[in-house]
Design a protein around this ligand. Structure first.
Ligand code: NAP
Ligand code: GCO
Length: 266
């Protein structure tokens, strides 16, 4: 029956990848407020340490693991540890990601592959590792962090757009393949969000004026601002909770309206 507890994550174990800071950290913090036990990983030990301190500062007891999400053996080992030390993963957020802004004809195949590896292959690897536990438990939530680039292209981000477009289809496929096992797999497509990943696009110019890309994004967003990591908290809690049990294979764009807008009329 639907009630206010339908949004509760009490007792749930949530694994958010690459969540030492930025979007993953904000989502994990929101999950903790709704009662979930927080597990995260990062590729560098110093980032895990930084993350653990940041969660502690928020009054959250988080479990942090050093793990490269592109390495299938490391992921399997980490998920086994999580299941033993914390519990079976009820909620997975595939958040870890990288971007390389390089014009396509200047990009090496190795650079292209690296982006696909972190942004697309890794969500496959981590999902594959947690789904058996979810099937055994009789429920599971997977949230893939997609992008505007799951729908749109732009100069210099060919690998990122290919990966995030692929991630949208992986989302639909996990839904198609495991919906019968009461697993819901959805995406969140953040618009342009203020995090270190987008800091180079917001750097002030030498004369103190806005970066042209910064001005472009504000003009392209009906909300007339960049998003904050806080903007993603409510949508993530919704998709992680029982309130969304019949929402499956969907990408929820949290973009201040960018995808709805043709752009400023002349
Ligand atoms: P981010 O800089 O993309 O942070 C992601 C985290 O993942 C970092 O801690 C990063 O560590 C970690 N990571 C990278 N490669 C990894 C690997 N192989 N194994 C484990 N961890 C790894 O920050 P963000 O902006 O918060 O982005 C989070 C997600 O949202 C990404 O998937 C991104 O593509 C997506 N997104 C961001 C925006 C935006 O506007 N910011 C918009 C749409 C979607 P390092 O610091 O060492 O790289
Ligand atoms: C870029 C940006 C974007 C955002 C985001 C948009 O260079 O265009 O980094 O790709 O990070 O993914 O949704």
């Amino acid at each position: 029956m639907f009630n206010t507890d339908s949004f509760s994550l009490k007792g749930k174990t949530a694994f958010i990848t690459g969540a030492s800071y930025g979007i993953g950290f904000a989502i994990a913090t929101a999950f903790a407020k709704y009662g979930a036990k927080i597990v995260f990983n990062d590729i560098k030990p110093e980032l895990v340490e930084k993350g653990l301190a940041a969660y502690k500062e928020q009054g959250i007891t988080a479990y942090g693991y050093v793990c490269d999400v592109t390495d299938e053996a490391q992921v399997a080992e980490t998920v086994a540890k999580i299941e033993k030390e914390v519990g079976t993963v009820d909620i997975l957020v595939n958040n870890a990601g990288i971007i390389k802004r390089i014009p396509m004809i200047e990009m090496s195949a190795a650079e292209f592959r690296q982006v696909i590896d972190v942004d697309l292959n890794a969500p496959f690897i981590v999902s594959k590792a947690v789904i058996p536990g979810m099937i055994k438990n009789g429920h599971g939530k997977i949230i893939n962090i997609c992008s505007m680039m799951s729908e749109l292209g732009r100069e210099t981000v060919s690998a990122y757009a290919a990966a995030k477009g692929g991630l949208k289809m992986l989302t639909r496929n996990i839904c198609s393949e495991y919906g019968h096992a009461n697993i819901q797999c959805n995406g969140i497509g953040p618009g342009y969000i203020e995090t270190p990943q987008t800091a180079p696009l917001r750097e002030r110019q030498a004369d103190g004026s806005r970066h042209p890309f910064d001005a472009f994004i504000v003009a392209k967003t009906p909300a007339e601002r960049w998003g904050t990591t806080e903007d993603l908290m409510g949508p993530a809690v919704f998709l992680a909770s029982d309130a969304s049990n019949f929402v499956n294979g969907h990408v929820l764009y949290v973009d201040g309206g960018i995808l709805a807008y043709i752009g400023k009329q002349p």
